[in-house]
Ligand binder design. Structure first.
Ligand code: HEC
Ligand code: HEC
Ligand code: HEC
Ligand code: HEC
Length: 151
């Protein structure tokens, strides 16, 4: 039995594999952020970065101070689970200073949730906008804070 000689084409494959593995290891070393795996399979620093962002939503509770009648109304109807800012948009600035008014709403924000879409659960009430009184505004027939009521 002579000494084992690796066929040249296999030798090249082995070299290539080693090359790929080594460059992967180097890339991993260079590209992995320092705080990765501090707590788990994510960048530890990300926690601090997220926590230091200034919040933009004020939350339903903060609206209660000045619009308690709207909260009471909303709580009675089918929209009770919705947040104020889900429709009115981020309103933290407004809650701190009422002179800054929330953005004006157009009808299209209703469609965002109610336009018929097969990916939505069947129990969720949906309409096909072009067949549903398309020539009128939603709020002419539905009170937004109490959608089953007629204005
Ligand atoms: C410090 C009191 C205060 C707080 C807190 C407050 N508002 Fe207001 N809001 C006002 C005043 C004052 C007006 C203007 C008077 C009016 O038209 O009723 C107003 C008007 C509005 C309007 C009508 C704007 C328009 O263009 O006519 C909306 C919508 C609104 N607020 C939403 C909210 C939401 C949502 C929150 C909670 C995130 C909130 N407000 C928190 C005082 C407040
Ligand atoms: C389903 C979307 C929706 C939700 C949820 C909602 N609003 Fe509104 N809101 C509207 C629309 C649309 C108008 C404008 C009414 C109009 O043009 O006739 C409005 C009007 C208002 C106004 C102006 C005065 C009035 O009563 O018409 C205030 C104040 C207001 N909303 C506060 C709130 C607060 C506070 C909450 C949370 C408790 C809230 N809204 C939740 C859609 C919504
Ligand atoms: C953030 C999502 C969202 C937005 C925006 C929204 N809705 Fe709703 N709506 C709901 C949910 C959730 C319900 C309760 C579940 C249901 O009845 O299907 C509901 C219920 C309703 C119902 C009662 C359906 C029934 O027969 O019981 C009507 C009508 C309605 N919304 C109209 C509107 C109108 C008009 C607007 C715009 C002013 C609007 N919605 C904006 C989520 C939304
Ligand atoms: C001319 C009046 C009118 C207008 C405008 C109108 N609706 Fe309605 N809507 C009704 C009536 C009446 C019903 C209940 C009977 C029916 O389903 O047609 C209803 C039912 C609904 C329902 C419940 C559907 C279901 O399956 O039970 C939703 C959701 C709804 N409307 C959302 C909207 C939205 C969003 C807009 C604006 C794009 C709008 N509506 C505009 C009169 C109106």
């Amino acid at each position: 039995m002579g000494r084992f000689k690796m066929p040249p084409q296999i030798f090249r494959l082995v070299l290539l594999t080693i090359g790929i593995v080594v460059s992967y290891l180097i890339a991993r070393q260079l590209l992995t952020p320092a705080s990765f795996r501090d707590y788990g399979f994510y960048r530890g620093d990300a926690l601090e970065e997220m926590a230091s962002r200034t919040p933009v939503f004020a939350g339903k509770k903060s609206c209660d101070e000045c619009h308690s009648e709207v909260l009471l109304k909303l709580a009675k109807g089918d929209h009770k689970t919705l947040s104020c800012e889900g429709c009115h948009g981020v309103s933290r600035d407004h809650a701190g200073n009422p002179d800054i008014t929330p953005i004006k709403l157009t009808g299209s924000h209703c469609i965002r949730c109610h336009e018929a879409n097969p990916s939505r659960p069947a129990w969720f009430h949906q309409i096909t906008v072009k067949n549903h009184y398309a020539e009128q505004k939603c709020t002419e027939c539905h009170v937004p804070h109490q959608p089953n009521e007629v204005p």
